[in-house]
Design a binder for this molecule. Structure first.
Ligand code: FAD
Length: 430
């Protein structure tokens, strides 16, 4: 059988969306034994786990109706219940619009800093770093007590080393009236891009499973090329070479660069400047229901070894056996933790946060790692990506998706990236 003219690397959401939008003439190579990429659900001891919270925020009408058709019959629509845990109290999200409930001196510092920032906003230069963004739009108090410490834990680097570019979509900027209402406990609406979300009742893995069923072309599992011969337009495997007219790669961009045979020196140099952090997190099973009625909690303070805890069984009760609960705990350190030391620390914190009542409630805590988790928008980011992407396109390689395109994006974006990659690849097919 002739090789398909369009070759796809990766059966994550981007790769499968590309395949679906191509309709045919493609072959997917997936290095693992299953589809889904980051959007998978696994089971342990009767508890179901995604790779931390994977919630569907669908804004594009075409993607929304596709996802609804794929998994809509067995999905729950959830209104977000998230909080911040700091200073020993829970306050509403987002922190910058909800000082009500914080100790008075902290709330005062946040509000005064905000008013000062607002007064000076027009005369403060456009922010270049995420730290400057926080100081300009939220002021010194909100920055000190939440924005800087939380984001340092999340990104694994200080916000001064992150550009301001990624944040406009994901960091809510409240209006003055929201800040005032939130200071006196009168906020009557949820803020931010993720106030409600869709969630498959058996976990996010239902989505790639349904996408897989729709595929008409071939998917080769445990198949990854050892090189990409871009001059000859061939994928190089141990035992054969596969020609392509267009290649859609959803492999992480730094890894794709490493596969290119004799790449231009500038491309290799740029690829070395790409930075992406791994993430360690815990899959936690509880023998009791979760003690707080929340979907997830942000934890900015440095004294805790994690920055966010979420509860799968609050997304959908089918994620845990009846009367029990399961959590994800996202760890701040990028180094592999010593579990003997970590688990008692996490247990103590969960008790303090009233998520569990006593240490015996924690049935298990399993350590997981995501190698590529957060692309870092550091000051090399724009230049490095700009030095790679045009060369690849000129050679009919579309590097797409969250890691292929090297960005901070959502599952819906992955579906859109796949669609766009398919359109471009089709144009190149001779
Ligand atoms: C911690 C975390 C939380 C998230 N939470 C949310 C959320 O709540 N909501 C949301 O919308 N999004 C969320 N996301 C984002 C979401 O996971 C991604 O946007 C989406 O899954 C990316 O899909 P992708 O296909 O681009 O990449 P991937 O999922 O990485 O898929 C790429 C595929 O390519 C395969 N592959 C890699 N290299 C090769 C190779 N050389 N050859 C063949 N195959 C290869 C991989 O095995 C993988 O299957 C989150 C991401 C993370 C890391």
């Amino acid at each position: 059988m002739a090789d398909a003219p369009i070759q796809i690397l990766g059966a994550g959401l981007t790769g499968m969306s590309a395949a679906r939008h191509l309709g045919g003439d493609y072959e997917i190579h997936e290095r693992l034994g299953h589809a889904g990429g980051h959007a998978i659900t696994t089971e342990h001891d009767g508890f179901r786990f995604d790779r931390t919270g994977h919630l569907l925020h669908l804004r594009d009408p075409e993607m929304r109706s596709w996802v609804q058709r794929l998994v809509g019959d067995d999905c729950v629509m959830v209104q977000r219940r998230s909080r911040i845990w700091s200073q020993g109290v829970y306050t509403r999200y987002p922190y910058q619009a909800n000082t009500f409930g914080l100790p008075a001196d902290i709330a005062y510092e946040c509000l005064m800093g905000y008013f000062e920032a607002l007064k000076n906003e027009a005369s403060t230069p456009e922010p270049k770093t995420f730290e400057e963004f926080c100081f300009k739009f939220f002021g010194s108090g909100f920055s000190k007590h939440f924005m800087i410490p939380y984001n340092e834990k999340l990104w694994g680097i200080h916000p001064r080393d992150v550009t301001a570019e990624w944040c406009s979509r994901f960091v809510p900027r409240p209006k003055l009236e929201d800040v005032i209402a939130g200071a006196v406990g009168k906020n009557d609406r949820e803020l931010g891009y993720n106030t409600s979300f869709l969630y498959p009742s058996l976990g996010i893995g239902a989505l790639p499973a349904a996408m897989c069923k729709e595929l008409t072309g071939s998917v080769r599992y445990r198949s990854a090329p050892k090189a990409v011969d871009w001059r000859k337009r061939e994928l190089v495997f141990e035992d054969r070479r596969v020609p392509y007219q267009a290649l859609i790669s959803t492999a992480p961009l730094d890894l794709l660069a490493g596969l290119l045979v004799d790449p231009p020196a500038q491309l290799s140099a740029a690829a070395k400047r790409l930075r992406c952090n791994p993430l360690y997190y815990l899959d936690v099973g509880l023998d009791v229901p979760c003690g707080v009625d929340l979907h997830w909690v942000y934890v900015p303070e440095e004294k805790y070894p994690f920055y966010r805890v979420g509860c799968y069984s609050h997304f959908s009760p089918k994620m845990a056996p009846a009367g029990k609960a399961n959590l994800y705990v996202e760890l701040s350190s990028r180094q592999k933790p010593d579990m003997q030391k970590l688990v008692p620390e996490v247990t103590k914190a969960l008790i303090e946060m009233q998520i569990i009542g006593r240490s015996e409630d924690l049935r298990f805590a399993n350590l997981e790692r995501i190698d590529h988790a957060y692309v870092v928008y550091d000051h090399d980011y724009v230049g490095a990506v700009a030095a790679i992407a045009p060369f690849l396109e000129q050679e009919r390689i579309i590097s797409a998706g969250r890691y292929g395109g090297w960005n901070y994006s959502s599952m819906e974006d992955a579906l859109l990236f796949g669609r766009d990659a398919a359109r471009k690849a089709r144009e190149w097919k001779t």
